[in-house]
Design a protein around this ligand. Structure first.
Ligand SMILES: Nc1ncnc2c1ncn2[C@@H]1O[C@H](COP(=O)(O)OP(=O)(O)OP(=O)(O)O)[C@@H](O)[C@H]1O
Ligand SMILES: [Mg+2]
Length: 153
């Protein structure tokens, strides 16, 4: 859930530092939903910056472990420091999944029921058949000059 309306907002992020600053700003706008976990999907080609964005969100939430790409392990769960609305960050990379059914072994349904969990999911297109509607959809693309175009939907 969000404070304010961000639908359709878009930004050009020239450097990785800009992307990190945007992720920090975005994180500060997040408030837990009252009925389910908060699902944020990250779309965009390989190398667009989905994991980089997730790392910056994790850092803004106080995660001190190194956040690495979960491409091979598919899912990483981080317990967040006390004193904030979210208690858990779940980072899922669906790139290697063939359908939404493959989310079940990751405990996705249980994760989705926990109001204090924030989920960042890369490659939502791979699991679109079962994925519940996200709170926010983020799309990243690489521009010719290497900067990133980010759209919130
Ligand atoms: N403005 C920018 N925003 C984001 N990343 C940038 C930017 N400029 C350069 N980069 C670099 O681009 C790479 C983005 O890689 P990242 O792993 O985040 O992509 P990804 O979208 O998660 O890809 P994949 O689909 O393979 O998981 C990083 O190495 C990062 O340093
Ligand atoms: Mg990635």
């Amino acid at each position: 859930m969000f404070r304010g309306k961000i639908e359709g907002m878009d930004k050009v992020l020239t450097t990785l530092t800009d992307l990190e600053a945007e992720a920090t700003r975005f994180t500060s706008t997040l408030v837990p939903d009252t009925g389910k976990a908060t699902l944020v999907t990250l779309s965009g080609e390989l190398g667009a910056g989905k994991t980089a964005f997730t790392k910056a969100v994790a850092s803004a939430l106080g995660v001190q472990d190194t956040v690495t790409s979960p491409t091979f392990v598919l899912e990483k769960i981080y317990r967040l420091p006390e004193g904030q609305a979210f208690k858990r960050l779940v980072h899922i990379d669906a790139y290697r999944l063939e359908s939404g059914k493959e989310l079940a072994p990751l405990g996705f349904d249980e994760i989705m029921r926990d109001l204090q969990t924030l989920i960042l999911l890369e490659w939502p297109e791979k699991v679109a058949d079962t994925l519940p509607p996200p709170a926010v959809r983020i799309a990243l693309s690489v521009r010719d000059d290497g900067s990133r175009h980010m759209i919130y939907g």
